[in-house]
Design a protein around this ligand. Structure first.
Ligand code: BDP
Length: 607
């Protein structure tokens, strides 16, 4: 599926704004009534945004089940010859869509785009009623999985084994799209280079096979630098500009479907020329060792929840630049395409993660209450979960395969990789990711309990990504013991002979709380904790990256270990720096300077 775009042959109308809204209290509202008579009540909602923090009504916030969105849409009058689609950036976690009384389709998976062809049910120049039913329930057929419990008094409760709050709604833009009947459906771009000459290869899928012309345009200069033809082909780029961390460097593959002199469809797909390779203890980008600095992040803001906002995107990436970070992980789900485009443009290196989080029934008793039992058993993480997990891997790679910013696929966060059945579950998934994309390293993120002796799946992957909380959840406040344990364990991971990235390490910290002692929850402790971690990382040539948990404080479900959310941020939820942020800024900019001979890539880029 291609991202909606205006081109010489395509048009888009963004449908963001305020929509009518209704809560389906008993999850039994009749679509036929709602699509003919409209939604009951007078509520409105913002799109894009999460539902949960908008209404001053706890029952709305805690509703488990369906929510209804509705608005009237006018199809532009010039669209009579075109196919008309309605495209959703995401609906968390499932949606069914109606166009007037016609059911256009359903989609399950909360962080992926989907679209429906509605050509036969709309008329150019006329209005139609667009109705969307969003479902926030998570069960064992979902990624992430969850359990819905019905209490004796009839209330429903949603349980899940991940930390972040189960925000729901239309989190990304909704777009009406016009495209020609004969059109480009998809394109896969791969690149390489030799000396100063780049090579770009393309494979184009079309609705109806026809002649194809391709122009490669340098996005910096706007000049065409190479040309080619054919649905499958390649072209050479002389004096190529490599896509470089901290800088970016993009080209457009401008695809034209032609019929004689007529351009039937035209679409521009951006790409970058760069290589990624894992060699012994090194992670190489364009043949040079790369050391990841940055964070596991969340799409999370006050009021908006997980709704995408360009203003927040700019602010967050500005802060990444300020702090000297060069990378991030899209913990624990794929982020909005607008955000990924930004990373492509500005050279932010991304570990791209599926929504497979909370696949771990061994987390009982702590902050996350699973109720016990094995992870890989019927009703927990089973064949149904795996079927959805497959889809999520396929879709993520299909969406992001052309992005130069993405250098690793992370197929899960903290699954029970030492549990019975882990290998049977993950072996085919690791293979699937490789089959979908042979060009990028594949990994998963390891949980603390699955030590080198216990873990059953790490050999299936190219890189080792580990989350560790010694000094916080374990050996709390005792940084001396924490350092010993981390160092000993690291020696175990080194034996795999693969690069190691610490994808999480962190300590909850209340902004403004200080102490002369290394007291947990203070800003002083967070800095001392990070200094301890840094000593461990710097001691090993196998460690090729550190991504602190988390970029900013974020909302979680309720629990006695969470006071209005997770407070491990280097920034507060409203993006004010804690002392840790200044500490990291010093460390990462110095590392950057040592590695690349400059202090702050964003400042340098601006000249
Ligand atoms: C890790 C999870 C992450 C949590 C973090 C924490 O990967 O989602 O938010 O711990 O507890 O286990 O802060």
């Amino acid at each position: 599926m291609l991202t909606p775009k205006d081109t010489p042959t395509r048009e888009t109308r963004v449908l963001d704004g305020t929509w009518r809204f209704a809560v389906d209290w008993d999850n039994d509202l009749d679509p036929a009534t709602l699509t003919s008579e409209g939604l009951p009540g007078g509520l409105e909602i913002a799109v894009p945004a999460s539902v949960n923090d908008l209404f001053a009504d706890e029952e709305v916030r805690n509703h488990v089940g369906y929510w209804w969105y509705q608005r009237r849409v006018r199809v532009p009058r010039g669209w009579g010859e075109d196919q008309v689609l309605v495209h959703f950036g995401s609906a968390t976690h499932a949606a069914t869509v109606w166009v007037d009384g016609h059911e256009a389709g359903s989609f399950k998976g909360g962080y992926m785009p989907f679209e429906f062809d509605i050509t036969d049910h709309v008329t150019a120049g006329e209005e139609f009623l667009l109705t969307v039913r969003v479902d926030n329930r998570l069960d064992n057929t979902c990624i992430p999985p969850g359990t819905v419990t019905e209490l004796p008094d009839g209330r429903r409760q949603q349980n899940y084994l991940h930390d972040f709050y189960n925000y729901t709604g239309l989190h990304r833009s909704v777009t009406l799209v016009a495209r020609p009947q004969r059109h480009v459906c998809d394109v896969t771009v791969t690149t390489s280079y030799e000396g100063t000459t780049g090579t770009v290869n393309w494979e184009i899928e079309q609705a109806v096979d026809g002649d194809v012309k391709v122009h490669v345009v340098d996005k910096q200069t706007g000049k065409t630098v190479a040309e080619g033809e054919g649905a499958t082909g390649s072209a050479e780029i002389a004096d190529v500009t490599l896509w470089t961390p901290g800088v970016g460097g993009l080209y457009d593959l401008v695809i034209e479907l032609v019929d004689g002199d007529e351009v039937v469809d035209s679409y521009a797909q951006h790409f970058g020329v760069r290589t990624v390779e894992v060699r012994d203890n090194e992670f190489l980008i364009n043949g040079k060792p790369f050391y990841f600095t940055g964070f596991g992040m969340h799409e999370d803001h006050e009021t908006l929840g997980k709704g995408h906002s360009n203003a927040h995107m700019i602010q967050d990436t500005e802060l990444l630049s300020w702090i000297g970070a060069n990378s991030l992980r899209t913990s624990h789900y794929p982020y909005a395409e607008e955000f990924m485009d930004f990373c492509d443009r500005h050279g932010i290196v991304v570990i791209d993660e599926t929504p497979a989080v909370g696949l771990n029934w061994g987390m009982a008793g702590g902050i996350l209450d699973s109720g016990g039992g094995e992870t890989f058993e019927k009703g927990h993480v089973d064949d149904d979960t795996q079927a959805q997990h497959r889809l999520e891997i396929e879709r993520l790679i299909a969406r992001d395969k052309n992005r130069p910013s993405v250098v690793i696929w992370s197929i899960a966060n903290e699954p029970d990789s030492s549990g019975r059945g882990a290998r049977e579950y993950f072996e085919p998934l690791a293979q699937l990711a490789r089959d979908c994309d042979p060009t990028r390293p594949v990994g998963f993120v390891n949980v603390t309990f699955a030590t080198p002796d216990e873990d059953k799946i790490t050999d299936l992957f190219d890189v080792i990504m580990i989350n560790r909380y010694n000094g916080w959840y374990f050996q709390t406040g005792d940084l001396v013991s924490a350092e010993q344990t981390m160092s000993e364990e690291l020696a175990g991971w080194e034996k795999y002979g693969k690069p190691i990235i610490y994808t999480e390490f962190g300590a909850d910290t209340v902004a403004g709380l200080h102490s002369v002692y290394n007291q947990p929850f203070t800003e002083d402790f967070q800095v001392a904790y990070l200094e301890m971690c840094a000593r461990v990382f710097d001691s090993s040539k196998w460690v090729v990256g550190e991504q602190m948990w988390n970029f900013a404080d974020f909302q979680t479900k309720y629990g006695y270990a969470r006071v209005d959310g997770n407070k491990k941020g280097a920034f507060t939820r409203d993006r004010r720096p804690k002392a840790a942020a200044r500490y990291l800024r010093g460390r990462w900019t110095a590392k950057d300077e040592a590695a690349y001979g400059r202090r702050d890539w964003r400042i340098r880029e601006r000249g």
